[in-house]
Ligand binder design. Structure first.
Ligand SMILES: Cc1ncc(COP(=O)(O)O)c(C=O)c1O
Length: 428
């Protein structure tokens, strides 16, 4: 079995190790929750302060032009696109993931209604993240569609001539299971339907190739994703939306809107015309005024991720992510036997995102609280999931070893039974 010494040796050989210095991580903390809120990049605080004091404080409203504030959604969008196999001006930063999903799914339903009017099914995964299901439920009700939910394994059987839109999260938030994107796109397009992906747990975590490796049929149609997880954009960071350029071209040609037709998605917002004409391309997916301070922080996060390009890039990040989760799973299974922890994450690395989850019938919440009190931060997802995220930009192999050592101690001493660990906080 891997020893603590082995982990130190792995860290010494790690080509990505220098990137940890780009983050401001508190001493004594092992942070395994970058899948929920990424850590603070060192550059962020100074950059946000500069935007506040110099651009906002001194230059005031002129900064929309002089500091390029108005260009931020597209500028940062292009950087994120480069991580996801998408081209320039195909992806834009805006709103939250939930709101972007509403816009994207609604646009997908518009296309489905035109092309396959008899089809009434939106299919998704039963344990997809709740916001995805709630947004789809709302749109299904408004638009007269039916939302069909299934286990991940049952999805392929539902890709048939009743399907209008398949809406999936690429990496499941609970299990960390990853869908095969290109294979799924091919199947959905083969059935004459559309596919919308939520990349909240993928962007910056696993290689994503939205446009596929071959013909258009292997590419996605719509995608949304999150700025505050693996992209390290800060709490509540703006999200992004991507639409395949053949679809935006079609939306241009047929003058299709997305449902939140706000003024900054207009073709000429500063003409202030009373009627709406959508901007060309992805620009129409903007709704209102972009949150400049949050965008400044997000750009620092994305730049920190792009810094990995000089250290082996996405392939190196993926290799390390797999090695970290593999090590964590092996150590937990070897050292925590008899404590009721059951692996929820696929053992096959090709089907795993950048996290490892264990279910525990009861006691999951207080076990996580006891770990957090010891400085090992993961999170708990009701009803029974202990979730540990691995961010290869800053997580070390020694962190994994030490986290498991703490887990062993929490379980063996039973310290998690203390009353203070059993009081549920609002956020788990
Ligand atoms: C898959 C997925 N989608 C969306 C969200 C959150 O969306 P929003 O940022 O709109 O709250 C999360 C949050 O964890 C998520 O896991």
């Amino acid at each position: 079995m891997t020893t603590r010494q082995d982990c130190l040796a792995l860290d010494a050989r790690d080509e990505l190790a220098p990137l940890r210095a780009l983050f401001d991580l508190p001493d004594g903390v092992i942070y395994l929750d970058g899948n929920s809120l990424g850590a603070l990049p060192r550059a962020t605080a100074a950059r946000v302060q500069q935007v506040a004091t110099a651009e906002w404080g001194r230059d005031l409203i002129k900064s929309w032009n002089t500091a390029g504030w108005i260009d931020l959604p597209q500028r940062i969008g292009n950087k994120i696109a480069s991580l996801l196999g998408a081209g320039p001006d195909e992806l834009i930063v805006a709103d939250s993931t939930s709101v972007n999903l509403f816009k994207a799914l609604s646009a997908a339903l518009d296309l489905a209604q035109r092309d396959t009017p008899g089809r009434k099914r939106i299919v998704s995964e039963r344990f997809n993240f709740p916001t995805d299901l709630y947004i789809a439920e709302s749109l299904a009700r408004q638009r007269g569609f039916e939302l069909v939910l299934a286990e991940a394994d049952e999805i392929p059987a539902l890709i048939d001539d009743r399907l209008a839109v398949l809406m999936l999260t690429h990496v499941n938030y609970r299990s960390g299971r990853m869908h095969r994107m290109e294979e799924t796109n091919l199947a959905v397009h083969g059935a004459g339907a559309l596919v919308v992906w939520d990349l909240a747990h993928s962007a910056g975590a696993v290689p994503v190739n939205l446009k596929g490796s071959g013909p258009r049929a292997g590419a996605a149609d719509f995608a949304v994703g999150c700025g505050y997880k693996y992209l390290n954009g800060g709490p509540g960071a703006p999200a992004f939306v991507w639409v395949h350029p053949t679809i935006t071209a079609r939306m241009d040609a047929e003058q299709l809107w997305q449902p939140l037709s706000g003024w900054l998605g207009h073709a000429a917002p500063f003409q202030f015309t009373p009627d709406y004409h959508p901007a060309a391309g992805i620009g129409r997916f903007i709704c209102g005024t972009p949150p400049v301070l949050s965008l400044a922080a997000l750009e620092c996060g994305v730049d920190t991720m792009l810094a990995a390009e000089a250290h082996g890039g996405q392939p190196a990040l993926r290799r390390k992510s797999i090695a970290l989760s593999e090590l964590f799973i092996a150590l937990v299974e070897a050292r925590c036997t008899g404590h009721g922890l059951t692996l929820q994450t696929p053992r096959d690395a090709a089907q795993r995102g950048s996290q490892a989850s264990f279910a525990r019938a009861d006691g999951g919440y207080p076990i996580m609280q006891a770990l957090i009190a010891r400085g090992v931060i993961g999170d708990f997802r009701a009803p029974d999931i202990l979730r540990f995220g691995f961010t290869p930009l800053y997580t070390r192999f020694i962190d994994v070893w030490d986290a498991v050592e703490h887990l062993v101690q929490v379980l063996q001493t039973g310290e998690w039974r203390q009353a203070r660990f059993n009081q549920r906080a609002a956020v788990t």
